[in-house]
Design a protein around this ligand. Structure first.
Ligand SMILES: C[S@@+](CC[C@H](N)C(=O)[O-])C[C@H]1O[C@@H](n2cnc3c(N)ncnc32)[C@H](O)[C@@H]1O
Length: 254
């Protein structure tokens, strides 16, 4: 799939399975972002940069052991060709830094990401030393190859590229904003199998609705995510301190 127009973010994905990624971006928000020229995208096979007649991209590990390792030469040639002055080369790997909401937001500020996806036992370590800027994991489990991880990263990052979502307000009410999970959502019908929508959402008092939603967020985060709730409380304490200095101790508004 090709892009057109002025792009906010360009993403080139390097893998052994370029069609996997192509099919992922052919639907929904990513497809729209490409069509509207906000996202520039290509999915390329590392084999394009192999030079022997079998287009070899992997070999046995030095020192023995199971599986194969992706060779350095084709990957480094690919990166050297695609890299520009403002590029960030990211290797998706289980031993990278965890992908979290704050990192996602930072990546959405970049202009060009090259997402490198491994396969088999991974890539030759020298590629990581020579050509990779950031190593990112999408969780503590092992995937067969990095394409799914790149798809997860791309999907999460593109939501934060200005203009992509349309209703940017929805980013603010998403989980992880301000270290809180989201609040419960309801739509019609008002009663479903005997379960009523909470009365407060029906009365049109937006101040009360906002307060109720905030309380729901706090309670849900406290029950489900002790780690996040701890951060939320810390920040609340700190901002009270700052508020005390700058606003004469004004209490935080919920
Ligand atoms: C089978 S894995 C290799 C795992 C490697 N032997 C290890 O233990 O770290 C093959 C490729 O899948 C990708 N991958 C697997 N799990 C991942 C994860 N949790 N996050 C990001 N990428 C992952 C990486 O690109 C990796 O090179």
């Amino acid at each position: 799939m090709e892009d057109s127009g002025e792009v906010r973010l360009r993403v080139d994905v390097l893998s052994l399975f370029p069609r996997m990624m192509d099919s992922f971006v052919a639907e929904s928000m990513l497809a729209r972002a490409i069509c509207r020229g906000l996202l520039g995208f290509s999915s390329r096979s590392i084999r394009e940069w192999a030079t022997d007649k079998h287009a070899t991209t992997d070999d046995r590990p030095f020192g023995g052991g199971a599986g194969m390792v992706l060779k350095p030469e084709p990957i480094c040639r690919a990166i050297d060709e695609l890299r520009r002055e403002n590029s960030r080369v990211i290797y998706l790997c289980p031993d990278g830094m965890p992908l979290r909401a704050d990192l996602v937001k930072q990546l959405a500020q970049e202009r060009h990401l090259i997402l490198l996806c491994g396969h088999y036992e991974g890539i030759d370590e020298r590629v990581r030393e020579r050509s990779v800027d950031l190593e990112i994991s999408i969780g503590d489990y092992i995937l067969t190859n990095g394409v799914l991880a790149a798809a997860v990263l791309l999907d999460a990052v593109v939501r934060h590229v200005p203009g992509v979502l349309g209703a940017e307000q929805s980013l603010l009410q998403d989980s992880f904003n301000g270290n809180l999970l989201t609040y419960p959502q309801y739509t019609r019908p008002e009663v479903f199998e005997g379960r009523r929508v909470p009365e407060i959402l029906l009365n049109g008092d937006h101040k009360k609705i906002d307060d109720w939603r905030k309380q729901q967020q706090i309670e849900r985060t406290r029950r489900r995510r002790e780690d996040l709730f701890g951060k939320y409380e810390n920040e609340r304490e700190n901002s009270k301190g700052i508020g005390g200095l700058h606003q004469g101790g004004a209490a935080e508004q919920f």
